[in-house]
Design a protein around this ligand. Structure first.
Ligand code: NAD
Ligand code: IPM
Ligand code: MN
Length: 353
């Protein structure tokens, strides 16, 4: 019996709706499978927690999380209560950084049963490997002067180790797929970091002669995601470029509400964290209509992470079947609630037993 202790942080907004949904699915999988057991330990760390305690998580929060096999997180952010940069740097980004979750894997593919907004989606299937620990997300910089003369400076940090690590991860992944890596750059406009990015890419690709490569400026690449998404297999991108590209990846599937993600710790020192691409969606929170697929597909990535790829594939197929049969939330053109979609996925998983 494989026993997995998972730390669960529903977080804010629809995180509190889609996380319980995905936990029901994981419990059902454990029930059906027999050889797998989950223990879920829930933590209320969120903007509400901040309002009560003046911090997003307790001082020993990271120590508490460290003992778990993985972290399953919904979304963080309630800008009406706490400024986003405070809530995110106090929880989500803190965990990514401190637990050295240096790679963010974000798949996007033509999804059965979904109407892609693209005229010609052409069965696309790609994974964005997002550098997850540095780049444009840095605390280095500052604000000087006030009023009309005010200046805000934000330094981007690209280390050779971090850049190379993300690129090697992308190449290794591509070896198991269609052997094609695309680099997202902007070396025409960003003077230091992006020429460096290109240089490292040119060096790393030498070690993978069997993998085809190309490189596009991020602006053109964003357009190609819309006009020719089938061109891509693995796309490696800096932290910010990868962030933007993956909401676009969700959008071309049909909704950012279905896009999954995995924050991977590579050195085994800390748990990895699984959370979907989307945020806390305050505009629909409380209505019971949040699409649970992003969180449930994210649970599939967690199963893959634990070596349960077969179960993961069964889960993804079940999600697609339910979608193709029209049981869908409003963001993808249906009338079903979060609960109805979840219950149907669980019902079909039970039928497989
Ligand atoms: P968002 O992803 O929360 O929402 C963007 C749009 O997509 C909204 O119209 C929303 O209703 C819709 N949407 C998102 N997920 C959906 C789902 N599962 N089903 C149906 N529709 C869905 O992005 P935002 O509005 O920029 O951010 C809201 C808050 O979430 C902010 O505080 C932001 O910082 C935070 N955020 C957190 C994360 C995270 O924790 N990983 C990610 C992105 C944004
Ligand atoms: C994401 C989110 C976060 C990011 C925000 C909320 C800090 O947009 O996970 O995609 O930019 O990484
Ligand atoms: Mn994002």
């Amino acid at each position: 019996m494989k026993q997995l202790e998972i730390a669960v942080i529903p977080g804010d907004g629809i995180g509190k709706e889609v996380v319980p949904a995905a936990l029901d699915v994981l419990r059902t999988i454990a029930e059906v499978h027999g050889g797998l057991q989950f223990t879920f330990v829930e933590f209320p760390w969120s903007c509400d927690y901040y309002m009560e305690h003046g911090k997003m998580m307790p001082d020993d929060g990271l120590q508490i999380l460290q003992g778990f096999a993985a972290i399953f997180l919904g979304a963080v952010g309630n800008p009406k209560l706490v400024p986003d940069h405070i809530s995110l740097w106090g929880l989500l980004l803190k965990i990514r950084r401190e637990f050295e979750q240096v790679i963010n894997i974000r798949p996007a593919k033509f999804f059965r049963g979904l109407q892609s907004p693209l005229a010609n989606p052409n069965d696309f299937d790609f994974i964005v490997v997002r550098e997850n620990s540095e780049g444009e997300y840095s605390e280095i910089g500052g604000r000087i002067h006030r009023g009309d003369d005010e200046i805000a400076i934000q330094n981007a940090v690209f280390t050779r180790k971090g850049t190379e690590r993300a690129m090697r991860y992308a190449f290794e992944l591509a070896k198991k797929r269609k052997r094609h890596v695309t680099s997202a750059t902007k070396s025409n406009g960003i003077f230091h970091t992006m020429p460096f990015w290109d240089e490292v890419f040119a060096q790393v690709k030498q070690d993978y002669p069997e993998v085809q490569t190309d490189s596009y400026h991020i602006d053109a690449l964003a357009a190609f995601f819309v006009t020719k998404p089938h061109l891509f297999d693995v796309v490696v991108a800096s932290n910010l470029f990868g962030d933007i590209l993956t909401d676009l990846g969700g959008a071309i599937m049909g909704s950012i509400g279905i896009a999954p993600a995995a924050n991977i710790n590579l050195n085994g020192k800390y748990p990895s964290m699984f959370e979907p691409v989307h945020g806390s969606a305050p505009d629909i929170y409380g209505k019971g209509i949040a699409n649970p697929i992003g969180q449930i597909w994210t649970a599939k990535l967690m199963l893959d992470h634990f070596g349960e790829d077969e179960l993961g594939s069964v889960l993804l197929k079940t999600i697609e079947d339910v979608t193709a049969d029209g049981i869908k939330t409003p963001d993808i053109g249906g009338k079903a609630t979060t609960r109805e979609v979840t219950d149907e996925i669980c019902r079909r998983l039970r039928q497989l037993a």
